[in-house]
Design a protein around this ligand. Structure first.
Ligand code: COA
Length: 327
């Protein structure tokens, strides 16, 4: 994660809000944001270096970058990440699925391996999403943070620890406008040689209908988790660790309660990370694996939800691997 910490006290000095409001409604005490000149690919490279080192790998067959805050609309950032990591001319592409990006990306990488396209994949979730958040908007500025997390996936046996799956993935595009950056895409072009007059200032930033998103998040994450547990033949009592997307502590707690997963099995670091979109879950896994809160042999349920709307879940038995975390 980038070094610059933005505390709730910092936010209170420039927004009409209170520390109590932010912490009680979201569980967030601080978040990290990139400094000027630092972008998503820079964070992705740092996470990639650490993941490759932890895995003891110097080469992979593909690099996949999940991000919704790309350095540029075109091209994708993954080829630059691959080059900067010295990985050569490997397959490299970005995947955009907002806060579900890590689960969608795991499924995509598993597919690359299953189809024989790759034997190993470096998969990174990286976000500098603070650059898409209006610093003057009290409804979004407290929530989002920047960071990156990465994993190395390789071909293996379906019954060995670390094997990922089954999956549940879903979407509901009828609610696309609940969480959106409206400007800058093909619908509201940034400029046609005429400046930015067509895009209202607020449309450069994220717009969020917080309460509706909250309700969809709890319902979809709970249903998706139930589906994947069913597919895996697990019951809630089989889940040793619940790694839910860190959107809001109340969302995570509510989903865990509905699934009957005890509080001490729920992993959370949102108090220090905020919502880091596709980077949220890998940062959580890396931090808790490095601290020992997540350990080899534990059965992990991973569930995410985000803009789109989109959601997804998977399960795995945590393998005996080294994890490196820098929070
Ligand atoms: N400080 C103080 N008051 C604030 C505030 C802030 N930072 N942000 C909003 N408010 C106010 C609102 O203006 C509203 O005031 P009103 O009742 O006078 O209109 C009031 O607080 C309640 O707003 P509401 O949006 O209904 O609050 P909430 O309890 O739903 O909490 C969120 C707001 C954003 C914390 C919550 O909706 C949420 O977490 N939603 C999901 C967001 C999310 O996870 N997004 C990413 C999904 S991956």
């Amino acid at each position: 994660m980038p070094p610059a910490v933005v505390t709730n006290t910092d936010l209170c000095s420039r927004l009409d809000t209170t520390q109590e409001w932010i912490e009680s409604r979201t569980g967030i005490r601080e978040r990290r944001t990139v400094s000027n000149g630092v972008a998503t690919v820079d964070l992705a490279v740092e996470a990639g270096v650490r993941a490759l080192k932890s895995a003891g790998m110097f080469a992979v067959d593909a690099v996949v970058l999940a991000t919704t805050s790309p350095d540029r609309t075109c091209p994708a950032g993954a080829p630059e990440v691959a080059s900067r990591l010295g990985l050569g001319n490997v397959a490299a592409f970005d995947l955009t699925s907002a806060c579900s990006g890590f689960v969608y990306g795991l499924a995509t990488c598993a597919g690359l391996i299953a189809t024989g396209v790759a034997e190993s994949v470096l998969f990174i979730g990286a976000e500098a999403f603070s650059t898409f958040v209006n610093p003057a908007d009290r409804t979004t500025a407290p929530i989002f943070g920047d960071g990156a997390g990465a994993v190395v996936l390789r071909r293996g046996d379906g019954d060995e620890p670390g094997a990922i799956g089954p999956f549940d993935l879903g979407s509901d595009g009828r609610h696309a406008d609940l969480l959106a950056v409206f400007g800058g895409g093909s619908r509201q072009r940034a400029a046609n040689g005429l400046g930015h007059a067509d895009v209202p200032a607020e449309d450069w930033y994220l717009s969020m209908s917080g309460r509706a998103v909250y309700q969809h998040a709890v319902a979809r994450m709970t249903a998706s988790a139930r589906t994947v547990l069913d597919r895996a033949g697990w019951s809630a009592t089989d889940v040793d660790r619940f790694a839910g997307h860190q959107a809001n502590l109340r969302i995570i707690t509510s989903v865990a309660q509905q699934l009957c997963i005890p509080h001490d099995r729920v992993l959370a670091n949102i108090d220090r990370t905020g919502n880091a979109l596709a980077a949220s879950i890998p940062i959580l896994l890396a931090e808790t694996a490095a601290s020992g809160e997540l350990s080899a042999g534990q059965r992990v349920l991973v569930t995410a939800f985000g803009a789109g709307l989109s959601w997804g879940s998977t399960v795995l038995e945590w393998p005996d691997i080294t994890a490196d975390s820098l929070i």
